[in-house]
Design a protein around this ligand. Structure first.
Ligand SMILES: CC(C)(COP(=O)(O)OP(=O)(O)OC[C@H]1O[C@@H](n2cnc3c(N)ncnc32)[C@H](O)[C@@H]1OP(=O)(O)O)[C@@H](O)C(=O)NCCC(=O)NCCS
Length: 165
């Protein structure tokens, strides 16, 4: 039997992003989401919001980031965390870093829920993005039967959520 060995990489080292990280986040995010639209203006606008926070995996070279927004849903009135974006540099993918960043976002959301009124962590993912959907499902997210619209380039968005309590 032939086994495929993958080189060991430095374990995830996740920290809160600072303004010094924003240019890198915008660069990676706009490359990673290019098939959904032009994110070169969307990402800076998110990062400027007081209710948005980002974290990056940075054991030396920055390898990936995640971004969360916290707000009250106008429709349901629920207080929610929303995973606005998650991405890993292509060269570092398939080493568990995306899942580590997602687990960190879940940990932050659960800790915030304990101290307040957050009820769920939600996200939107493109219909064709099966690899991300698989990652979310394995982390406990389930799809919601709700029409949340389409991305700028036409792909249908799917809402997925995980309860925080
Ligand atoms: C989605 C993304 C963040 C995953 O990062 P990653 O570091 O490669 O993910 P991991 O190695 O931690 O893998 C996590 C899970 O994702 C799924 N996955 C990741 N890459 C996959 C692939 N090429 N094929 C199938 N499943 C895949 C698997 O379920 C995997 O878990 P498993 O290895 O236990 O089966 C990364 O592919 C990425 O940055 N993509 C572009 C941006 C994007 O699509 N973000 C999500 C927008 S909603």
């Amino acid at each position: 039997m032939v086994s495929v060995l993958r080189p060991a990489i430095a374990p995830p080292t996740i920290r809160r992003a600072t303004p010094l990280d924003h240019a890198w986040i915008i660069d990676l995010g706009s490359r990673a989401f290019a098939d959904l639209g032009d994110y070169r203006e969307v990402l800076p606008a998110w990062l400027r919001q007081a209710n948005v926070a980002a974290w990056i995996d940075d054991p030396g070279p920055r390898r990936g980031f995640t971004m969360l927004a916290f707000y009250r849903d106008d429709f349901s009135g629920d207080h929610v965390a929303d995973l606005l974006a998650i991405s890993v540099e292509p060269v570092w993918r398939r080493h568990g870093l995306g899942r580590a960043l997602l687990d960190h976002a879940l940990h932050v959301s659960r800790a915030t829920a304990k101290a307040g009124r957050l009820t769920e962590l939600r996200l939107c993912v493109a219909e064709h993005n099966h690899r991300a959907q698989r990652m979310y499902e394995r982390a406990g997210f389930t799809p919601v039967a709700l029409d949340v619209g389409r991305y700028g380039t036409g792909q249908r968005a799917i809402r997925m959520t995980v309860p925080l309590r």
